[in-house]
Design a protein around this ligand. Structure first.
Ligand SMILES: [Fe+2]
Ligand SMILES: [Fe+2]
Length: 288
């Protein structure tokens, strides 16, 4: 089922010293809605790496093991790239730590490894967490595909370094979009597992995103709590091409339940690779 990927971790670096607080000029709501990525991803992607390392001994397919190792390498770099943005926000007077502490608790305590399980229970627990990740990776590929096709960000003169971060990361998400799904199917091909993964991850992700956007707007020292996110505002920002359309996002989530679903049917690998060939950060990483 998988498509013989050779996944290469690209050791990118970004200079955030010139990043404005509202990196989409005059669009604090769209800026902070996208900034939720920086709140969720460092801990989230570190958790992916941990779970996938635990899954390695369960893999009985050499090609898939190589893909999982490539995935681990890419996600580890993604986590650190977003962490640097968080550190920069703190330096600008927007303290993300109260929200990040909750996310850390969620991924390390609630979704972390459970001591004292039998080997059978441990295997089941790993597969269940892989299924959560497979569903989340459906969304990261959706968002990556959006980032690669988001001329609205360029029209709005969004900060080019941040746009490159979003598109570089988005392109790697599209590039490795099948790995978590193929790993889940390798460990348990059952439809119920897939459905359960999405039933848990989908609503949780939406909940965290809404809370995260509210948190960022409230914590932004330049706004004095004057801006509260609404669906209407999100729709309007989406119409301007600054955010994905909420309806499109929900339709995409529903496609995951189709019996014939496979991540390769979403997004374009060749478009992702074409961006990675021209991304300033990926090109600089390739010459090091
Ligand atoms: Fe990632
Ligand atoms: Fe990913």
């Amino acid at each position: 089922m998988h498509d013989n990927l050779v996944l290469e971790p690209r050791d990118v670096h970004f200079d955030w010293s010139q990043l404005p607080l509202h990196w989409i000029p005059d669009e604090p709501m769209a800026t902070h809605t996208i900034n939720v990525l920086h709140l969720l991803l460092p801990e989230g992607e570190r958790w992916f790496v941990k779970v996938f390392k635990e899954a390695l001994p369960l893999i009985r397919d050499d090609q898939l093991r190589e893909e999982v190792l490539g995935f681990i390498g890419q996600e580890a770099i993604h986590a650190e790239a977003h962490q640097e943005v968080l550190d920069h926000l703190l330096g600008q007077g927007l303290d993300p730590r109260p929200y990040v502490r909750q996310i850390t608790w969620l991924f390390r305590r609630v979704l972390g490894d459970k001591p004292g399980l039998t080997s059978r229970q441990h295997r089941e627990n790993v597969i269940e967490r892989v299924a959560f990740i497979a569903a989340i990776e459906h969304f990261t590929a959706f968002l990556g595909n959006w980032a690669l096709n988001s001329p609205g960000l360029d029209r709005a003169k969004a900060d080019p370094t941040m746009v490159d971060l979003l598109r570089w990361h988005g392109a790697e998400e599209v590039e490795h979009r099948s790995v978590a799904y193929d790993l889940m199917r390798h460990l348990d091909p059952g439809y119920l597992r897939r459905v359960r993964g999405m039933a848990v991850s989908g609503p949780l992700l939406i909940h965290l995103w809404i809370r995260g956007t509210r948190f960022m707007l409230a914590a932004d020292p330049s706004l004095n709590g004057s801006l509260v996110p609404t669906w209407r505002e999100a729709q309007k920002a989406a119409k301007r091409g600054l955010l994905p359309e909420p309806a499109r996002f929900l339709r995409s989530a529903l496609r995951y339940f189709s019996p014939s679903y496979h991540p390769t049917k979403e997004g374009s690998s060749s478009q992702a690779l074409a961006y990675l060939a021209k991304s300033p950060a990926a090109r600089a990483a390739a010459t090091h």
